[in-house]
Design a protein. Structure first.
Ligand SMILES: [Mn+2]
Length: 324
């Protein structure tokens, strides 16, 4: 009986063509993990297809090959891999009917949808999991692969600031530094620098911010995107900035999508597990950072989810005062 690492190693060894995808509206960990793994596979002689249905924001173009992707699977491949993807729906249908062979992730809500599933909630980023495991799969980490992986660790840990950052996160980051990744440069590019369009989108969101019942929340609408010329479907990381606000316990961002659906992002103070809330709405994520998507207008979703979140905070504090 082979263990998971041996199974993954065998699958990779046998495959010549491999497709890798992450989740829709890809963040730095999704993109960094796809390319960190994909570059190492290419360097091992494999042919790799990179799948991004929503494209890749320009701030990630410093990653080698980040302009080289397709929106869905275009040809037959021997092996399919998802990274940083908690459930199959989050892949955005890039694989069509093709089954998923390997699922590599760190979300505790992962639904184990593939033939081989390696889910490590103890990792601050999927890129941390990859840095830890890739040697066991016969893959070495070059400077270009390390640069992509460091992007994943830095963005998901918000610069080693999230409460799931561990000493192991720092150890694997030092492995990436030793492989040639430039910590300072990647930190600047992914966490510090903001382009004007992103800052203007933040301005729209921040001008509407509200605080009530322990919740800090705001909205980003299609009109905001149009006004600021912001092209992504994401929130330009605004919700992560909101999580720095000292007032409040839970932070909520409602993001109106082009298809009329509403994407919800939760952030929370440590010990308040908002992934439970996200799951109620068919989403998932981490205890302090979770999301869901609802097929309804932003105004209705805002009213409904806000009420539920306030109640959730009330229940949380009742439980803290009167543990049953
Ligand atoms: Mn992640």
């Amino acid at each position: 009986m082979m263990n998971t690492d041996q199974q993954i190693h065998a699958k990779i060894k046998k495959a010549q063509t491999i497709a890798i995808a992450a989740h829709i509206r890809p963040d730095g960990d999704a993109i960094g993990s796809v390319y960190g793994l994909g570059i190492a596979l290419q360097e091992a002689g494999k042919s790799v297809q990179y799948l991004f249905p929503d494209g890749i924001a320009t701030r990630f173009h410093f990653i080698s090959g980040a302009k080289n992707f397709t929106k869905k699977l275009e040809t037959h491949v021997d092996l399919t891999i998802t990274v940083d993807c908690a459930d199959l729906e989050r892949c955005g249908g890039v694989f069509g009917d093709r089954k998923i062979d390997i699922n590599l992730d760190h979300h505790k809500t992962n639904t184990h949808f593939a033939e081989i599933n390696l889910v490590a909630p103890e990792c601050a980023a999927t890129a941390e999991l990859l840095t830890r495991q890739m040697p066991a799969w016969g893959l070495s980490i070059s400077q270009q692969s390390a640069t992509a992986l460091m992007c994943g660790i830095l963005t998901d840990s918000q610069g080693f600031a999230t409460n799931n950052t561990t000493s192991a996160t720092l150890r694997y980051t030092s492995v990436l530094m030793d492989a040639g990744a430039n910590l300072n440069d990647i930190y600047d590019k992914t966490l510090t620098e903001k382009d004007m369009k992103s800052v203007r989108l933040w301005g729209c969101g921040l001008s509407k911010i509200k605080f009530e019942g322990g919740v800090v929340w705001t909205t980003i609408t299609q009109a905001d995107r149009k006004e600021t010329n912001y092209s992504g479907n994401d929130d330009a990381d605004l919700v992560n900035f909101m999580a720095n606000i000292a007032d409040g316990y839970v932070y909520l961002l409602f993001n109106e999508q082009q298809n009329g659906e509403t994407k919800i992002s939760w952030r929370s103070k440590p010990d308040i597990d908002v992934s439970v809330l996200a799951e109620e709405y068919g989403g998932g994520g981490h205890p302090s950072a979770a999301g869901a998507e609802i097929k309804d207008s932003i105004n209705r979703v805002e009213a409904r989810v806000l009420e539920r979140t306030k109640l959730f905070i009330e229940e949380y504090f009742e439980h803290v005062i009167n543990p049953s």
